[in-house]
Design a binder for this molecule. Sequence first.
Ligand code: GLV
Ligand code: MN
Ligand code: MN
Length: 408
Amino acid sequence: MADAKRIQRDLEALRDFSAPGGEGTTRLSYTPAFRKAADYVLEQMRACALEAREDGVGNLYGLRRGLDPAAPKILSGSHLDTVRCSGYFDGQAGIVCALEVARMLEENGVRLRRGFEAVATVMEEGARFKNLGGSKLAMGVWGEAELDGMQDDDGITLREALRAYGLSGNLACVCRRDEPVRAFLEVHMEQGSRLEREGIDLGVVEKIFGCRWFTLTVKGVTAHPSTPMDQRRDAALASVSLISHMARITAEQYAGRATLTVGRMSLYPGEINAIPSRAVFSMDFRSGQESCFEELDGILERECRRTEQEYGVQAQCELYTYTPPTPCAREIVTALEAAAEKSGSSALRMDSGAGHDAMIFALGWPVGMLFLPSRRGLTHCKEEWTDYENVARGADALYKAVLALDRE
Ligand code: GLV
Ligand code: MN
Ligand code: MN
């Protein structure tokens, strides 16, 4: 059985590898806090006899070799980075479950036919560079162009960040897409409240919702606050109008089908006593249906033009990233469901509203996800919580799934 105490120890250790200041855990990729967390994970991998390595971009792998080197491997894990002021379960619980499975295999003296590999990725959250970066590099979706072309908010390129962190940025052994892999299994907290509400132990994910991010720039004219209201070209007012129209349309016409979030916004020049000449903000759309994204693209375009007319501004909309809705592999869903049952947990098939590395690994490999209940559905905040016993249930089901997939 998985040991909830060990799981607690790992999660609490990871919680404390955080940038100073602010609430909760903040661990952006390639920062000193990330380095400490990565070293901790590598150490834990070695402690349970995994062959641990860090690739040229900071993804971590710990391999337990199988008896048959030609048999496609089973990989399991999640991301080690967090958003700012986060909890310490999102991503981290999946890494800790994979470590716990490796410990159980070692303690029980299990020799698998397939290799089993614990995985901890970088750059999943998009809090520093674009999202899902570690898995995109691992699957060859990103390459040299992204290392030089992508910058964080301070203008540091991804390649510079890698170098400053002590990594080569050599992509030679980073892409693993052509490796034979039987399954990538990701345990993750639900980030919704359905499991808790229905009193179910585990979720088995059938589909992961797509995620479409835009950067919007609204340009007006700076002037003094005494300027009469009808003589302004106010980038802030125009942006607020655009956002509230888009939010109303999404809520009314796409209820249960799509969501919209504006999580970042900057105003220039940023003075109390200056009408802003420029507003730059993010728009995050989520949906399980590609057709919703297509329709919302058209609506956003239309609303930009309306805003321009009404406020005398210019509104530009640039696609920042898009990851389409992604189904999990059917046979892995079935295997995870059976494993949950075998380990004595109740399970429910469900969709994931959040994005995950599994979406990118699905480009080359069969993927499956197990969800753990999230208290009150809260996530990306310091209140994020899953009981350690529930994480242990996830590790037990993962262990059974690994054994079952190994026997095929
Ligand atoms: C990851 O947490 C995401 O869905 O943004
Ligand atoms: Mn997250
Ligand atoms: Mn996550």
